[in-house]
Design a protein around this ligand. Structure first.
Ligand SMILES: C[C@@](CO)(OP(=O)(O)O)[C@H](O)COP(=O)(O)OP(=O)(O)OC[C@H]1O[C@@H](n2ccc(N)nc2=O)[C@H](O)[C@@H]1O
Ligand SMILES: Nc1ncnc2c1ncn2[C@@H]1O[C@H](COP(=O)(O)OP(=O)(O)O)[C@@H](O)[C@H]1O
Length: 293
C-alpha cells in the first residue's frame, strides 16, 4: 500500500488576550484560531517499528510526532508502528502551531491507519497532554478558544487573506509565558460583542482586539519589532488596509489581513523579510482527506 500523505495546516491567532493564570502556572487565554492554507506535510506507512524521518535539529524522540504516536499506543494498547516522514515547511517557534498541528495530524492519521477508533473528543484529550494548541487541530475548525486554548467553540470566519512575515528568530512560548512583565489580567470579553458579521459568509474579529504577548516579544526580539514596524508603516500609507498588524501566538511570525491575496503578494514583494501569503480555510484539509466531516 502506498504511504498516506496528509497536511498539517498552520494557524494564526487573530488576537490573544491573557485573562488570568491557573494555579499550575498555565495562562488562561481568549483567542480566535484561524486555520490557513500553509502547511507541513506528513507521510504514514504502517510498520512493525515506530520511526520518524525528519531533518529537524533535535532527537526524534523529542518530536511531537513521535510523542503523539507513542501516546496513542499507550492509551489504546495498539502494538502497530509506522514509518512517518515529515516535510517541514512551517518555521519552528513561529507561533503558527506547526509542531502542534504535526502532532494532531499524527493522531488523526494513526487512529485511522491503526483502526484504534478513538473519537475526536478522545484524541483532543490526548492532544492536550502534548500541547495547549493541539486540540484545535484535532477538531479542524476555526474556533473561539478559552481556558488554556482547549475550550473551543467552532465559528464560521469570513474568507480572508494574509501576508505573514517570518522574522529570523525562534520564540520560546515558555520564555514569554514566564516573563514577569507579561500582562496577565486583560478583562474577559464576550465573544458576541467582538465577532462581527463581515459579509454573508461569516464573521471577522473587531479591529480593537490585540495580542498581550506583543509588547514583551517586541522588546526581547528586535527582528519581530522591525517586522511589525514594516507592516504598520504599510498600513498607515494605505487606507484600504483596515486590519491592524498582529503577532501570532507568542511569535515570532507577524501578519496583516488584506482585502485580496494580490495585495498581500505586493506587500510581501516589498518586505525586507522572508514570509508567505496565505488564505484562511474553513476546515482542516486532514478532516476532508480522512472523511471526518
Ligand atoms: C501561545 C499559543 C497560542 O495559540 O501559541 P504558540 O505561540 O505557542 O503557537 C499557545 O497557547 C501555546 O500552545 P503550545 O505551543 O501548545 O504550548 P505548550 O507546549 O502547551 O506550552 C509551552 C509552555 O507555555 C506555557 N503556557 C502555554 C499555554 C498556556 N495557555 N499557558 C502557558 O503558560 C507553559 O509554561 C508551557 O510550559
Ligand atoms: N514536529 C515538530 N515541529 C516543530 N517543532 C517541534 C516539533 N516537535 C517538537 N517541536 C518543538 O516545539 C517547539 C515549538 O514548536 P512550533 O509549533 O514550531 O512553534 P509554536 O509553538 O511557536 O507555534 C519547537 O521549537 C521544537 O523544539
Amino acid at each position: 500500500m502506498s504511504p498516506l500523505r496528509l497536511p498539517a495546516p498552520a494557524k494564526l491567532n487573530l488576537f490573544l488576550h491573557i485573562t488570568g493564570q491557573r494555579a499550575d502556572g498555565y495562562h488562561l487565554l481568549q483567542t480566535v484560531f484561524q486555520l490557513i492554507d500553509h502547511m507541513d506535510w506528513l507521510s504514514f506507512e504502517v510498520d512493525d517499528d515506530l520511526k520518524l524521518i525528519s531533518d529537524l535539529p533535535f532527537p526524534t524522540s523529542q518530536n511531537l510526532i513521535i510523542r503523539a504516536a507513542k501516546r496513542l499506543q499507550e492509551v489504546t494498547g495498539c502494538k502497530e508502528g509506522a514509518i512517518i516522514t515529515l516535510e517541514k515547511i512551517l518555521p519552528m517557534g513561529g507561533g503558527l502551531g506547526g509542531g502542534s498541528s504535526d502532532a494532531a495530524t499524527t493522531l488523526l492519521a494513526l487512529n485511522h491507519l491503526w483502526q484504534t477508533k478513538l473519537s475526536l473528543d478522545e484524541l483532543a484529550a490526548i492532544g492536550l497532554t502534548l500541547g495547549a494548541d493541539v486540540p484545535v487541530f484535532i477538531r479542524g475548525q476555526n474556533a473561539w478558544a478559552e481556558g488554556v486554548g482547549e475550550i473551543l467553540q467552532a465559528i464560521p470566519l469570513d474568507p480572508s487573506h494574509f501576508v505573514v512575515l517570518i522574522p529570523d528568530c525562534s520564540v520560546s512560548t515558555a520564555e514569554i509565558f514566564t516573563h514577569p512583565n507579561l500582562p496577565r489580567a486583560t478583562p474577559k470579553i464576550n465573544m458576541r460583542d467582538y465577532l462581527v458579521p463581515h459579509s454573508r459568509h461569516g464573521l471577522t474579529t473587531s479591529g480593537i482586539l490585540h495580542n498581550d504577548c506583543a509588547g514583551i516579544v517586541r522588546t526581547l526580539y528586535s527582528e519581530v519589532d522591525q517586522a511589525l514596524c514594516f507592516l504598520e508603516s504599510i498600513q498607515q500609507k494605505n487606507p484600504d488596509l483596515t486590519s491592524t498588524p498582529q503577532l501570532t501566538g507568542t511569535g515570532a511570525c507577524v501578519f496583516m489581513m488584506t482585502p485580496t491575496r494580490s495585495i498581500a503578494d505586493k506587500i510581501l514583494e516589498q518586505a525586507p523579510f522572508n514570509g508567505f501569503v496565505c488564505s484562511g480555510i474553513g476546515q482542516s484539509p486532514v478532516h476532508s482527506a480522512l472523511n471526518l466531516l
